[in-house]
Design a protein around this ligand. Structure first.
Ligand code: IDP
Ligand code: MG
Length: 140
């Protein structure tokens, strides 16, 4: 029987691209042992972002989040590996970069900039259902 490893969507957000951290982030993913199956750089449309972040509609940070995510190029990655969803979330660290553990991507390279949205460098799908849904948006 063929082994089908799990897949996830990772985004290097506009702050990560602008701060030239794309290579560092991909290096950490690869060193951990996950496979980059596909990747692309694009400026996402409002429609893509609304679909991607539908669960957050109505929250106070929703508009700042969509504005931030559409403010420049994003690098989208399709990653594969056993338990890669959980594994990448662990590499990324906590959502709030101020308290994300040192050693994580967010903990090492992100901070609070006093904006209405947390600029925390990366996105990673949080479940197999989210991964499937989000990969269809970014790798249609
Ligand atoms: P996650 O990216 O760690 O999965 P989510 O709760 O799914 O976090 O939130 C999506 C994104 O929205 C976060 O990565 C962050 O950029 C932003 N965000 C989440 N919660 C807050 C908040 O309380 N204030 C400001 N921005 C937030
Ligand atoms: Mg999330």
């Amino acid at each position: 029987m063929t082994h089908h490893p799990e897949e996830t969507l990772v985004l290097v957000k506009p702050d990560g691209v602008e701060r030239r951290l794309t290579g560092e982030i991909i290096a950490r993913i690869e060193r951990k042992g996950y496979e980059v199956v596909d990747l692309k750089m694009l400026v996402p449309t409002r429609e893509m972002l609304a679909a991607h972040y539908e669960e957050h509609e109505g929250k106070p940070f929703y508009e700042p989040l969509l504005e931030f995510m559409g403010s420049g190029p994003v690098v989208a990655l399709r990653l594969a590996g056993d338990r890669v969803i959980e594994g990448f979330r662990s590499l990324a660290g906590a959502t709030d970069p101020t308290v994300a553990a040192p050693g994580t991507i967010r903990g090492d390279y992100a901070r609070d900039w006093g904006a209405g949205v947390q600029k925390n460098l990366v996105h990673g799908s949080d479940s197999t259902l989210s991964a499937e849904r989000e990969l269809a948006i970014w790798f249609a």
